[in-house]
Design a protein around this ligand. Structure first.
Ligand SMILES: O=c1[nH]c(=O)n([C@H]2C[C@H](O)[C@@H](COP(=O)(O)O)O2)cc1CO
Length: 166
C-alpha cells in the first residue's frame, strides 16, 4: 500500500512493449521529388517487422512534393517534430537515391547525435551518390548499401540481424 512502482516493475504489457519496441526513423525525399515513393512504401512495409516507424507518412502515396504543409509555421512544426523523432530513434534508415535537402540534413543531424544510420542507394537510377553521404560511411555507425528494388527485404534483414549481434 502506498508503494512506489518503478518503471521496471510496471506490468502493463502495452507499456512494456513500447519500452522494448525499436524506433526506426525512415528518411525519403518529399519536396526533393516523389519519383521513388513506391520504393519507400516497400521499405517502410518491411521496416514495420523490425520496429515502430516514426515517419510512416514519408511513404504515403497521398503526400505530394508540396510536403505536408506549405505554410511557414507548418514548416517549423514539421522541422521540430522530425528532430524530436530523430532524437528518439534507435536507428535511421534512409533511401538516398532521389536527392533531397531534407534527407541530407536529417542524416547530418543524426551523425551528430551518434545514431546508427543505414543508407540505401540504387545505382540503376544512373545517379552518382553525393560524396557527403558515400564518404561518410564508416561501415559501422554509418552504412551505405547499394541495392536494387527487389532486394529491399534482403538488405534490411542483413542490416537488422547485424544490429542484434552488436
Ligand atoms: O512535409 C515534410 N515532412 C517531413 O517529414 N519532411 C522530412 C522527412 C523526409 O525524410 C525529409 C524530406 O525532405 P525534402 O522535403 O527536402 O525532400 O524531410 C519533409 C517535408 C517537406 O520538406
Amino acid at each position: 500500500e502506498g508503494a512506489v512502482v518503478t518503471p521496471a516493475e510496471r506490468s502493463d504489457p502495452w507499456e512494456n512493449q513500447e519500452d522494448v519496441m525499436m524506433k526506426v526513423y525512415f528518411c525519403g525525399s518529399i519536396r526533393g521529388g516523389r519519383d521513388d515513393v513506391h520504393v519507400y512504401r516497400r521499405i517502410v512495409h518491411a521496416l514495420q517487422s523490425y520496429g515502430s516507424v516514426l515517419t510512416e507518412h514519408v511513404s504515403s502515396a497521398e503526400l505530394s512534393d508540396r510536403g505536408e504543409d506549405a505554410t511557414d509555421s507548418g514548416d517549423r512544426a514539421i522541422h521540430d517534430r522530425d528532430l524530436d523523432w530523430l532524437r528518439q530513434a534507435d536507428v535511421i534508415v534512409a533511401e538516398v537515391t532521389q536527392p533531397s535537402l531534407g534527407v541530407g540534413y536529417e542524416l547530418g543531424r543524426a551523425v551528430d547525435m551518434k545514431k546508427k544510420i543505414f543508407c540505401l542507394f540504387r545505382p540503376s537510377s544512373g545517379r552518382v551518390l553525393s560524396a557527403m553521404i558515400r564518404g561518410a560511411a564508416d561501415g559501422e555507425n554509418f552504412v551505405v548499401r547499394d541495392y536494387s528494388e527487389d532486394e529491399v527485404e534482403m538488405v534490411l534483414e542483413e542490416f537488422f540481424s547485424g544490429l542484434k549481434r552488436s
